[in-house]
Design a binder for this molecule. Structure first.
Ligand code: FAD
Ligand code: NAI
Length: 465
């Protein structure tokens, strides 16, 4: 039995960043993780492998379709096993990197599945079945999330796959049906479409990417449709029949009407994720999770003294960087410092082509809150760098308070906007006005000039469009 200052349960972006910060602050810390590798969903079966496939498949499609117009004649041939292998190599390198960081920061990795065994106690069951109990002044729950299921659609990760299965389909599907027009469906649907699959997306709502600024979502759907992705919106899936070679999926209009059946060799179910608390022993400390997971009443504190919660397993956006920010703030509070997360400024990115990147409020949210705002908008069609690169799809839209000019939100669609959104996030963190960005010198020719031009647009003095 060992005594720790903090035991963290779960080795994903929430857990491993909490462990590093605890080590940095001189706390005696242990991290419990049952997977064979650290890094959680994000590194093992989420952010990292999906971005590896998005990058490779984007280059494959560019080489197939766009290189010739640049004067580069090539005949690319897909080597799917190699594409998968380079994905796995990246995952292995990064998960090993986390293991190194644990050692560097004197974090002890308790290998096995953790269970809260009463106030200040965590039991850990190793793969060989042995169980050890450890004491801690504070316990941080960082157990993440798992894919949500849908009655009548049984994931077997052969023909009906979840996101983990979709990262490892052994062949390019002839037809992939994606259930759910959210982040996972559109990213992984894009991967397989680029590699040659016909992709049909079946979505319950009458729009894609719910919660996203509507003008941006509409432009996004148009771009994906142009690439060949098909959408069946307002469609309720009622069942899926699997055979050895494929799946017959039945759905009907949500508004009522005749059911339809479509067939495909693979189906990806991606209708959201739910907090993961199985076997965690929450009852031993009187914590009762709800639909949003383990609830933090106040700054990551659960209803049980000394039990904290961060990341996907609690409320808020299920994003790696949100988990990471909560990890740092939570440990700083445990160490008696002033940890803080600004939930108004958490960027969200969809890594498709074009990419979509957003931060802050949408127009719909501002209207609903009765906030008077001004819009500045700039199309990449008028940005010289985007034009010379023949990648001029999309726009930058910035929303500023009509009275104070403070930036309230930004919504970007276009190539590389995942890298550009951080400029607006930093500006917002410093409570910048749109004029602050408009009067900041930006390098030419870069896509970042579109950020400035959109900010100029708030007061109507855009120069390049
Ligand atoms: P997790 O990463 O889920 O880690 C939790 C860990 O806890 C897991 O390793 C699990 O094994 C372990 N665990 C659970 N219970 C126990 C227990 N009792 N004992 C021991 N260990 C336990 N987010 C982004 O920001 N950007 C992206 O590009 C992105 N892409 C994604 C792509 C996909 C396909 C998916 C599925 C998700 C993606 N996400 C992305 C979301 C991101 O992965 C999560 O938001 C993030 O991993 C949450 O971190 P976490 O630490 O809260 O939980
Ligand atoms: P999501 O919440 O993004 O999208 C789910 C979609 O499925 C929604 O459009 C929803 O309306 C739809 N849906 C729900 N029930 C349905 C039904 N019965 N039939 C048809 N459609 C239905 O969830 P997703 O894509 O599964 O992703 C889960 C989480 O992972 C997200 O919260 C996201 O934040 C995170 N993630 C983040 C990424 C990123 O940051 N780039 C990449 C991938 C995942």
């Amino acid at each position: 039995m060992a005594q720790y200052d903090v035991i963290i349960i779960g080795g994903g972006p929430g857990g491993y960043n909490a462990a590093i910060r605890a080590g940095q602050l001189g706390l005696k810390v242990a991290l419990v993780e049952g997977r064979a590798t650290l890094g959680g969903t994000c590194l093992n079966v989420g952010c990292i492998p999906s971005k590896a496939l998005l990058h490779a498949s984007e280059l494959y499609e560019m080489a197939s379709k766009d290189f010739a117009s640049l004067g580069i004649d090539v005949s690319p041939k897909l080597n799917l096993p190699q594409m998968m292998a380079q994905k796995s190599e990246s995952v292995t390198a990064l998960t090993k990197g986390i293991e190194f960081l644990m050692k560097k920061n004197k974090v002890e990795w308790l290998k096995g599945w953790g269970k809260i065994a009463g106030p200040g106690k965590v039991s850990v069951k190793a793969a060989d079945g042995t169980e050890t109990v450890h004491d801690a002044k504070d316990i941080v729950i960082a157990t993440g999330s798992e894919p949500s299921g849908l009655p009548g659609v049984t994931v077997d990760n052969k023909r009906i796959v979840d996101s983990t299965g979709a990262l490892a389909i052994p062949e390019v599907p002839k037809h992939l049906i994606v259930i759910g027009a959210g982040v996972i469906g559109l990213e992984l649907g894009s991967v397989w479409r680029r590699l040659g699959a016909k992709v049909t997306v079946v979505e319950y709502l009458d729009r894609i990417t719910p919660g996203m600024d509507t003008e941006t979502a509409t432009a996004f759907q148009k771009a994906l449709t142009k690439q060949g992705m098909e959408f069946r919106l307002g469609a309720k899936v009622t069942g899926a029949k699997t055979s050895k070679t494929g799946v017959d999926l039945t759905y009907g209009p949500v508004a009522g009407g005749a059911a339809e059946t479509i067939s495909a060799d693979y189906v990806l179910l991606a209708i959201g994720r739910r907090p993961y608390t199985e076997g965690l022993g929450l009852e031993s400390v009187g914590v009762v999770p709800d639909k949003r997971g383990v609830i933090a009443n106040d700054h990551f504190k659960t209803s049980a003294k000394g039990v904290w919660v961060i990341g996907d397993v609690t409320s808020g956006p299920m994003l790696a960087h949100k988990a990471e920010d909560e990890a740092v703030a939570c440990i700083e509070l445990i160490a008696g410092k002033a940890g803080h997360v600004n939930y108004d400024i958490i960027p969200g990115v969809i890594y498709t082509f074009p990419e979509v990147a957003t931060v802050g409020k949408t127009e719909e949210e501002l209207k609903a809150a009765g906030v008077a705002y001004k819009v500045g908008k700039f199309p990449f069609l008028a940005n010289s760098r985007a034009k010379v690169n023949h990648e001029a799809e999309g726009f930058v839209k910035i929303l500023a308070d009509a009275k104070t000019d403070r930036i309230l939100g930004a919504h970007l669609i276009g190539p590389s906007v995942s890298e550009m959104i951080a400029e607006y996030a930093v500006a917002m963190e410093f409570s910048a006005s749109s004029e602050d960005v408009a009067r900041t010198c930006h390098p030419h020719p870069t896509r970042s000039e579109a950020l400035r031009q959109a900010a100029m647009g708030v007061e109507g003095w855009t120069m390049q469009a």
